[in-house]
Design a protein around this ligand. Structure first.
Ligand SMILES: Cc1cc2nc3c(=O)[nH]c(=O)nc-3n(C[C@H](O)[C@H](O)[C@H](O)COP(=O)(O)OP(=O)(O)OC[C@H]3O[C@@H](n4cnc5c(N)ncnc54)[C@H](O)[C@@H]3O)c2cc1C
Length: 621
């Protein structure tokens, strides 16, 4: 049996990123997957990105991951969302050709020299004295390794529910994985039961597009990857359509609620509040007379359409009836039923910030199995866990990302410090430093980390450094170039106040009615710079005040993160701490005061007690 440094269990969005990261960092890697034909499968919505998820994809790209490049090659529609709002919430969202996305990712995996793919179910994990030794597969074969990343998604003891029809399978009818859950029980890993759901798919040849609002892509396409040439990304796009449910839809659902596995308590798993089924929407938002429904193409070479906004596990006959009440879908033919899936996952507070199990050295975990939901959340964790599994195998220090550095930092900190009692979905509101964590500057925030970890290649990093220097140079230049009253005719044409004397160009950029690009006509010696650089110059100058204030908040945050807590601290002996805080702190053993303060059940007064405690301990030592 060939020796591998790292084993990746799973070929979903987490597994693909983890495997590529390890192989590209030079460690010998094998990926085990239940079915090689399901690699990078999108069992639910046919899109990548969207509010906050688009940020994650950009950050994955900045660290050297693959998702951004893969969607840039396989998207069929692209839109920049929230452009009417501030840059902190601008988010790219692309419709993917699902089949092409999976094929392209498989091609990339198969072309990676240090990576082997193997169709086989991992059934057991071998651990001795708290250290990983290797994994067993269903054939009984043992694969020794230095590190492993578990990326098993929604397959663990999963079952699918459509009305009272319950099938013991994984997503899309694929085989589920049972035995590994028993192995985790033996390893003292605490598990949870979550659920998620998906809508029916319908035949696009049977819908009436004239009864729905067309949703075209952007005229000028912005790629996800900082490495994708924008001029080469422009292409003919496929539209989506917007329609709505109505009272007839709602009545059918209300009349059949008792047949829903959710409302008849057949389903045991906990679902995501922020990803409700249509049944949930009818019950929770009973006052609403209609809900948005987006009809999205699943690909260019299929007529199947995804009915976004109507995820359901109602019985088949109810689905047939309810979808046909929606304008445009009156004669639609279902190609696949909607269904709910419940599955085992772990409580991620058992993991460190590097996504390694606290009590099993060398064993890492990522993706939906950590209690998150979404392709982007999974890929982000897969990348971080993959990088750290490789660093572990190379005996190098782990790479971590904190809440002030990226949405990936927010995602992992929330999951590992607070845990989640439902599938965790990323949202901009979760990121307190979101003005700094924009999707447009993900490379400036994270590419140095990806390079230091050994994943971002040297030539790419040099291109990045050149971009960074060009931004700083241009910000400096517009601070020195003076705009004079000679520009008043231009300013009048922009409905902007005239100048009485010379002001630095940057002061004009700050005016709400002006921006860096608009001022080009009066900025004669402007150097030729890329759209990316121009965007950075504009945002950094326009939002300078907000950015400064948020940077000060981050400095305060970092001061608390730097206040380390001893590994062997005994919280039960610290007087002044509340009982709940003692229990939670002892269970989590946080690395520093900052993380301690974010644990659910630790109050600000408990944090103050801890601060006083470590100060006293330092004075006495
Ligand atoms: C029905 C359904 C509805 C969903 N709805 C939503 C939604 O509305 N919104 C949303 O954000 N997300 C949704 N998702 C979630 C989304 O699909 C996942 O977030 C994403 O696919 C998770 O990626 P992952 O890599 O963690 O796991 P997955 O994509 O599930 O991949 C897991 C991989 O592990 C492999 N595997 C599992 N067990 C073993 C084993 N023992 N040995 C070897 N290989 C193994 C599988 O073959 C597979 O390749 C839904 C998923 C499903 C199934």
């Amino acid at each position: 049996m060939t020796d591998y440094d790292v084993v990746i269990i799973g070929g979903g969005h987490a597994g693909c990123e983890a495997a590529l990261a390890c192989a590209r960092m030079g460690v010998k890697t094998i990926m085990f997957v239940m079915n090689l034909d399901s690699i990078a499968m999108m069992p639910c919505n046919p899109n990548i990105g969207g509010t906050s998820k688009g940020h994650l994809v950009r950050e994955i790209d900045a660290l050297g991951g693959e998702m951004a490049k893969n969607i840039d090659k396989t998207f069929i529609q692209s839109r920049m969302l929230n452009t009417g709002k501030g840059p902190a919430v601008h988010s790219l969202r692309a419709q993917a050709d699902k089949a092409a996305y999976a094929t392209e990712m498989l091609k990339t995996l198969q072309s990676e020299p240090n990576l082997s793919l193997r169709q086989s179910e991992v059934t057991d994990i071998s651990v001795q004295n708290g250290e990983l030794k290797g994994v067993f597969t269903r054939s009984g074969a043992f694969t020794p390794c230095k590190a492993a990343v578990i990326c098993v998604g929604t397959y663990m003891r999963s079952r699918c529910l459509c009305g009272d029809v319950i099938t013991d399978v994984g997503p899309n009818g694929l085989k589920n994985a049972k035995r590994l859950s028993e192995s985790f029980a033996k390893l003292d890993v605490s598990m949870m039961r979550f659920k998620t759901g998906t809508p029916a798919r319908i035949d696009g040849a049977t819908i009436d597009r004239s009864k729905m609002q067309i949703q075209p892509g952007d005229e000028v396409i912005t790629p996800f990857s900082f490495d994708t040439d924008a001029s080469g990304a422009q292409r003919v796009q496929v539209p989506c359509y917007l329609t709505y449910t109505n009272e007839r839809t709602h009545r059918i659902i209300r009349q059949n609620l008792s047949r829903s596995p959710i409302y008849s308590n057949i389903i045991e798993g906990t679902g995501a509040r922020y990803c409700p089924s249509i049944e949930d929407k009818i019950v929770r938002f009973a006052d609403k007379d209609r809900h948005q429904v987006f009809i999205e193409p699943e690909g260019e070479n299929t007529t199947e359409m995804y009915v976004s906004g109507m995820s359901t596990s109602m019985p088949e006959d109810v689905q047939e009836a309810m979808y046909r009440t929606v304008p445009g879908l009156e004669n639609c033919r279902l190609t696949r039923n909607g269904y709910a899936i419940e599955y085992d996952c772990i409580d991620a507070t058992q993991l460190t910030l590097s996504l390694e199990f606290k009590h099993i050295k060398g064993l890492f975990s990522a993706g939906q199995f950590n209690g998150s939901s979404g392709y982007e959340e999974a890929a982000a964790q897969g990348l971080v866990a993959g990088i750290n599994a490789a660093l572990f195998a190379l005996k190098k220090p782990a790479m971590t990302i904190d809440r002030s550095e990226g949405y990936i930092g927010v995602l992992i900190d929330d999951l590992t410090a607070k845990g989640s009692d439902e599938p965790y979905r990323m949202m901009t509101s979760r990121a307190e430093y979101r003005l700094l964590l924009r999707q447009d500057n993900a490379d400036l925030r994270l590419m140095p980390k990806g390079y230091a970890a050994g994943l971002v290649p040297k030539d790419r990093f040099e291109r990045f450094e050149a971009k960074r220097e060009s931004i700083e140079r241009e910000i400096k230049r517009v601070g020195q170039v003076m705009a004079t009253p000679e520009a008043n005719a231009f300013l009048r044409s922009q409905n902007s106040a005239e100048l009485n004397s010379g002001v630095p160009l940057r002061d004009l950029i700050k005016r709400p009615e002006l921006d860096y690009l608009k001022l080009a006509p009066i900025d004669r010696n402007r150097p030729k710079i890329t759209r990316d650089v121009a965007e950075q110059v504009n945002v950094r100058i326009k939002f300078e005040g907000y950015i400064k204030r948020q940077t000060e908040q981050v400095e305060r945050f970092k001061r608390l993160e730097d206040k380390k807590l001893p590994e062997n601290i005994d919280y039960s002996t610290i007087s002044g701490l509340r009982i709940e805080a003692r229990q939670k702190l002892s269970a989590a053993m946080p690395a520093n005061i900052g993380r301690a303060s974010r644990i659910t059940g630790v109050s600000p007064s408990d944090t103050a007690v801890l601060l006083a405690y470590i100060k006293k301990a330092r004075v006495q030592s």
